[in-house]
Design a protein around this ligand. Sequence first.
Ligand SMILES: Cc1ncc(COP(=O)(O)O)c(C=O)c1O
Length: 422
Amino acid sequence: MSATTIDAATVAALDDEQLGYAFKGLPPGTEGVRLGDVGAQGWHALRDLAMPAMLLLGGPLERNLREMAAWCREQDVLLAPHGKTTMAPQLFARQVEAGCFAITCATPWHLRIYRHFGVGRVLYANELVEPALLAWIAAELARDPGFELYALADSVTTVEAMDRGLLDAPRPVRVLVEMGLPHGRTGCRTTGEAVAVAQAVVAASHLELAGVEGFEGLARAETVDGTIARVDVFLAQVVAAFEAIGAAGLLPDEPLVTAGGSAYFDRVVAAFRPLQARIVVRGGCYVTQDGGFYDQVSPLAGRSGGDRRLVNALEVWGAVVSRPETDFAVASFGRRDVPIDLGLPIAVKVARDGVAREVDGMQVVALSDQHAHLTIPPDLDLVAGDLVGARIIHPCGAFDRWRLLLVVDDDYRVTGGVRTFF
Ligand SMILES: Cc1ncc(COP(=O)(O)O)c(C=O)c1O
C-alpha cells in the first residue's frame, strides 16, 4: 500500500512564523525571528537560551526516524505513527518522508490540524460520534478526493451514528472494529460484539469495513514480563475477533489489523503475523524515545538484543538558581516544563560556559511548578548559574508543554525549531 502524503508547502509555511517573547526558552531580543531562521542565529543552547529549554537532539531524532522505518520495512509491516505524541507537523513531514502509511490521531482537533497540513491518510484511533464532526468529515471528503479516513467503532450504536452523520459523504469512511481490555478504554469486550459491529458496518451506506484494531499499551502489571503476558492475552483476543469476522465472511479483500504503541510493537507483529492481513503499528513515542519507560521496555531499546536501536532524543535544561545546601541544588525547570506521569526527570549532565559534561549521582527528587529539587554529590563542582540537563520520561508530556522545541546538534548548537500544536 502506498505511503501517505502531506502538503509540504503548508508545512514549509510554518517557517514564516515570527517568534519572540511568547516562546519559552528563546533568548530576549529575538522578537520577529522567523522560525525558519532559528538555525541561522548562531545560538548555542547552553550559552544563549533563556532557561528552561526543551531540546530535541537532532542526531538521535534522525536515527529514530530511520531505524523505525527500517524495522517496519524488514518486518513487512506498515507504520501509522501516532501524531498526538508530538503534534508537530514538521515531524509529521519527516515521518511521511520516511514512508509511513498514515498518521494516527485521537481527537477532532488533531484531525483538523492534520487536514490543515494536508495529511492524506489518517487513522482516527477513536470512535467518531459527534454529528458536527461527521458532517465536517463528509465535507472534507468531498473537498479533497485524496483524503482517506480510517476510524474505529466498538458498538452498533456508534456505527449507526457514523452512518447518519456521513449522509453527505461522497465515499465511505473505512472502519476498524475496535477490541478493548476489560476496564481498559474503548473497544468491544467480546468476539460476539465485534462480529455484530462488523455486520452493522457492512450494512451501512457510508462505511466500509477495513479490519480490526486494538491498543495493547493500556495493559499493566507489576513487571515488564507480567505486562507482556497481559499484552499477549489481549492480542490473542484481537486475533480471535479478526478470525471470527473473517469466518462470517465480512472482511474486505485486503484487511488491516492494527495495534502497537511504542512499547510492545514486537508482540503485536508476532501475534498478527499468521493472519491474512496487512499489519499496521502505530507508535508515537518512538520518534524521540525517552530516558526511562520507553528506554526500558521498547523492543528496539531496553528489550533489544540487536543493533537496531532507538535512542533518547529529548533533554530538558535549566539553570541552577540556588545551591542552598552542599548536597542540594535547585534548577529552573519544573512540572510546567516536563512530564511527571511516568516518573521524574533523570538529571545526567551539568554545563558551565556552554560546555556540558556527564555527572553521576544527581537526582531530581521533586518538582515544583517552576523548580527542580535535586540532591547532588556534596563534592560536585556546581554553582548558581551553571546548568543542569535531564532526560525526561514519556515524550507525550514533554511536547505538550512546549510550543517550540529547539533542535540541537551534538555540540548543542541550535540548528532549527519545531512548532507544536496543542
Ligand atoms: C490508540 C493508540 N494507539 C497508539 C498509541 C501510541 O502509543 P505510544 O504512545 O506508546 O507510542 C497510543 C498512545 O496512547 C494510543 O492510545
